[in-house]
Design a protein. Sequence first.
Length: 227
Amino acid sequence: MENHSTATIVLVHGACVDGSGWQAVYNLLTTNGHRVRVVQNPTLTLRGDVAATKLVIDGQSRPVVLVGHSYGGAVITEAGTDANVSALVYIAAFAPDKGESVNTLIAKPPDPVPPLLPPRDGFLFLDREQFAASFAPDVRPEQAAFMADSQVPWGVGALGEPVTDPAWRHKPSWYLLTTEDRMIPPHVQRAMSERAGQPWPKSQPATPSSSRSPRLSPRWSAKPRPR
């Protein structure tokens, strides 16, 4: 496996949040000497989020390791074919194949069903009252409340845009699976992680005891292992 220790790590957030959710990860990585950039993708369309990610990729003089959380996994899957990207890391994230979209991967609603409210003017939000229990049950209550009250609108169109050329078919990939996730069930994550590991040797993905927001959970101490 290629050594990625000198790469720039580019972090891509998911739906309903913004790049500030990566701050703890940013602090940890930069303290350990890594160069890190955070994408502020608007989450209106997949195409727009890929464009925002490529703006950051194109500004780097070093190879890039792309890291995506949740919906951000769909973004890095499409943006990761960029020649400057050397590897991908999925954090409890969607990893669509060619022709698949987020809608494809959630066609059969999980149990329990994520508390997404009906679309409003073309945008989706999570039910504020159920936000903490579904999205951040192991995050500090005051932080979970802030996240619920500062949600970023998720464009309905972003869910339906298909991936054209999945980068994980061409680049080394890692996957961190969260075992207590109430948004993307662990068995769905595992299925995506197993195929996204091809053609590199298969092994179990890292599986911390965490919910949807492992990067904010005080229980998250596991590190992704190469697949």
